[in-house]
Design a binder for this molecule. Structure first.
Ligand SMILES: Nc1nc2c(ncn2[C@@H]2O[C@H](COP(=O)(O)OP(=O)(O)O)[C@@H](O)[C@H]2O)c(=O)[nH]1
Ligand SMILES: [Mg+2]
Length: 331
């Protein structure tokens, strides 16, 4: 048995390397996020790591079935949730290297193990909220996804923890947006600044340099508005801000990829899935984030500030995807 390690920035890239070196039937023993991307441990299918039962017999015959019979019910539920085939394939392949029986449905150990494997693929990054780290965080994303609302929720939570907070907006595109955020800031009794130019931004950051946390709101841009990105990128890089991308959980997979590609030059530190409460298939957005190798920070589950935000929990998300817990995600 020859186990090999494959590391890459994203999970699909790592799996592609596995396929290239170990063939289509490679046995994926373990997949896990690492600091810089993903680690996959795999072996050639003709030299399985462990073969307690004949798992090869569990593999679906080509063209007849998409999933092993054992995995099929879970795959169907997760597909209904919106999870993508590549992510489910990675989970199924990892399960093939374990003791669960995939030849027929009903192995009682399967749902919990499948959830654990999926949870290992979901990176989370609670640090966007932690004291000390990411002191200046910019909230970015397409129009209307809930950037300003999410920023207000994060500011309120930071205040609840006793942190000093300042709010700065670069979103001067609509005066109503400035006033909306000013009202939030007044309610929280935190300083609020409007920065029209890069010089303004530097000045207000210096002014509030002693704050535990500075949250920056930005103008929503269509991901297809390529011209707007370099400007925002320049502004945020100049001040070394961490970047939190808001993505509506109901966004279709293809549109998610367009958004993730468009904002990639900014160097996204984490993704917040907003409007989780408005969709029955949040798995498409979740899978797009997992496939891009990005960590999730929070889920926004309603309009109410500050109540409707929860830190992303990989295990809870995996249970929701496979419907292995009665209620998906709650506050
Ligand atoms: N249902 C729901 N609505 C939300 C959520 N987050 C924001 N909204 C609503 O979405 C609309 C746009 O929010 P806003 O923060 O102004 O979006 P922005 O343009 O990205 O800054 C507002 O009506 C918000 O109340 C959420 O998690 N769930
Ligand atoms: Mg806004």
């Amino acid at each position: 048995m020859l186990l090999q390690r494959f590391e890459a920035k994203t999970l699909p890239q790592a799996l592609e390397r596995v396929r290239a070196e170990c063939g289509e039937d490679a046995l994926v023993v373990e997949t896990r996020p690492t600091h810089g991307g993903y680690l996959v441990i795999a072996a050639r299918a003709d030299a399985p790591a462990r073969k307690p039962r004949d798992q090869a017999a569990a593999l679906p015959a080509p063209l007849l079935a998409k999933w092993t019979r054992g995995f099929q019910p879970l795959a169907e539920r997760a597909t209904d949730f919106g999870l993508s085939d590549p992510v489910l394939r990675a989970v199924e392949k990892a399960l093939l290297g374990t003791r669960v029986d995939l030849r027929q449905p009903g192995d009682p150990a399967l749902p919990a193990l499948a959830s654990r494997v999926l949870a290992a693929l979901v990176r989370t990054e609670p640090r966007v909220e932690a004291t000390g780290a990411f002191r200046v965080t910019a909230v970015v994303g397409p129009t209307g996804v809930g950037k300003t609302t999410t920023l207000a929720k994060l500011a309120a939570r930071a205040r609840e923890r006793g942190e000093s907070v300042a709010i700065v907006t670069l979103d001067t595109y609509r005066m109503a947006a400035v006033e909306q955020l000013r009202a939030f800031a007044d309610l929280l009794a935190v300083p609020f600044e409007v920065a029209f130019t890069p010089a303004d931004l530097r000045r207000v950051l210096q002014q509030h340099a002693s704050c535990d946390r500075i949250l920056i709101d930005t103008t929503g841009r269509s991901p297809r508005d390529r011209a707007a990105m370099p400007l925002l990128e320049g502004q945020l890089r100049a001040i070394g801000a961490a970047t939190l991308l808001c993505l509506a959980a109901g966004t279709r997979a293809r549109d998610c990829r367009v958004v993730l590609d468009a904002y990639e030059p900014l160097g996204i530190d984490a993704v917040c899935l907003t409007k989780w409460d408005e969709t029955v298939a949040p798995g498409e957005a979740l899978a797009a984030v997992v496939e891009a190798g990005l960590p999730l920070s929070h889920l926004c589950i309603g309009q109410e500030v500050p109540a409707d935000i929860v830190p992303a929990c990989a295990m809870q998300l995996a249970n929701a995807a496979f419907d292995t817990e009665p209620a998906g995600v709650s506050a």
